[in-house]
Design a protein around this ligand. Structure first.
Ligand SMILES: *Cc1c(COP(=O)(O)O)cnc(C)c1O
Length: 437
């Protein structure tokens, strides 16, 4: 019934249990204002490609160098995906096989580092990612993590402090790119620091890659050595990731190697490819690679540029509305698709409680630590919201003002159940005006 635009006929016949929850999920996605900044609504074309018969195909290896037969079509698909990724980001090399962001980061470390080498990324509680050297993650178990932090006053990157730390610690890899940072990232300065201390520069642009290709955030290319992005966030593609890089390894040590070995040692592209397969992965998910190719083509259109621009405009309007209502924001605003709300003036450690209150009102977001959070990661004092999905639905400045008012009043009256119920009805009515399939 409800899935009129997304037929699940075969599932309905074969598996009533999963069918039931799929339908309920379609219903939920339609009725809520989804403001989780790492999610998006993919196009039907992307959905078709990722649900296609390519899921049946094994293709270990790379185009022209496979370990299986029957490759005539999937080789072409992967080559198209690679060419489009290179063109979209202006990269010299692309690997489109990573299953997701975390395994892609593992592949980069495996390609560039030896166990015990030092990495330097931003600390998790400041807005960094688990795979950038957090102590419960493989990245701090196999490598030595010396994280940097944000400036306590401005809550922004302090490049002088980051440079000092890099000079003192001499990491082998410096990582920029975050999960909860609302401001622009100076990729060029990060690369210059890496050059100064003899490190590789890596940018994890998972959250902002759609903004970069849309021209509303500076690109890490042409200077950054290796760039990783998930494909399912602002880029609006299928769940997965890609690794982009330079062709040449600036730091290759070729002392005493013969010409052939030296050439191999300098081949950064080959190191990345070999780390992904056979280093860490087996067969690539060809259905997802096809969907990535479709998403890259979509991201090259003028419509996508307009989309990226509107994502940022919407976030700015939303931020202003929250500020006008007395809601405090980390860094006092945003340059990108996300806003980090500082709830401490209302209550320390109430992030979860506010996220639940908002969900009761039909607004889906997530609790998050704020820089120098006085509470714990399990009971953080922040809330992270973003505009990528609302913008895909076609919402603009006017809707952001309305939604900003709703969010403010729920936050400021977080125990008012009647208000949540009333808002939920208003949210549903707004959502009906902005269908997404
Ligand atoms: C989302 C994200 C990842 C991890 O991606 P998964 O697909 O969830 O493994 C890595 N780094 C950053 C900065 C991210 O935002």
């Amino acid at each position: 019934m409800m899935s009129e635009n997304i037929p699940y006929d075969a599932i309905e016949k074969k598996d009533s249990e999963i069918f039931k929850y799929l339908n309920l999920e379609v219903e939920r996605q339609k009725e809520v204002l989804n403001m989780i900044p790492s999610e998006n609504y993919v196009s039907k074309a992307v959905l078709e490609a990722s649900g296609s018969i390519l899921t049946n195909k094994y293709a270990e290896g790379y185009p022209g160098k496979r370990y299986y037969q029957g490759m005539s079509n999937v080789d072409e698909i992967e080559k198209i995906a690679i060419e489009r990724a290179k063109k979209l980001f202006g990269a010299e090399h692309a690997n489109v096989q990573p299953y997701s962001g975390s395994p892609a980061n593992a592949a980069i470390y495996y390609a560039l580092l030896k166990p015990g080498d030092k990495i330097m990324g931003m600390r998790l509680d400041m807005g960094g990612h688990l795979t950038h050297g957090h102590n419960v993650n493989f990245s701090a178990r196999f490598y030595k993590s010396t994280p940097y932090v944000l400036d306590k006053e401005t809550q922004m990157l302090d490049m002088d402090e980051i440079r000092k730390l890099a000079i003192r610690e001499k990491p082998k890899l410096i990582i920029s790119g975050y999960t909860a940072y609302p401001r622009k990232i100076p990729f060029k300065e990060f690369h210059e620091i890496a050059e100064e201390v003899g490190a590789y520069s890596m940018a994890d642009i998972s959250h902002i890659s759609g903004l970069i290709v849309g021209g509303v955030h500076p690109s890490p290319f042409p200077f950054t050595d290796v760039v990783m992005t998930t494909t399912h966030k602002t880029l609006r593609g299928p769940r997965g990731a890609i690794i982009l890089s330079k062709k040449e390894d600036r730091l290759a040590n070729v002392e005493g190697l013969d010409e052939k070995k030296a050439k191999r040692a300098k081949n950064l592209a080959l190191k990345i490819d070999r780390a992904v397969f056979p280093g860490l992965q087996g067969g690539p998910h060809m259905n997802v690679i096809a969907a990535k190719a479709v998403a890259f083509e979509e991201a090259m259109t003028p419509e996508f540029k307009d989309y990226a621009k509107q994502v940022v405009t919407n976030a700015k309007v939303l931020a202003e509305t929250l500020l006008d209502n007395g809601v405090k924001l980390v860094t006092g605003g945003t340059d990108n698709h996300l806003i980090l709300i500082d709830l401490t003036p209302i209550g320390v450690g109430i992030g979860k409680e506010v996220a639940v209150a908002l969900e009761n009102a039909g607004i889906v977001a997530n609790m998050n630590t704020i820089p120098y959070d006085p509470s714990t990661p399990f009971k953080p004092s922040g809330l992270r919201i973003g505009t990528p999905l609302l913008t895909t639905r076609g919402m603009k400045e006017e809707e952001m003002q309305i939604i900003g008012e709703w969010i403010s009043r729920i936050i400021l009256n977080r125990k008012d159940a009647a208000l949540q119920k009333k808002t939920k009805e208003e949210v549903k009515a707004l959502c009906e005006k902005f269908p997404f399939y």
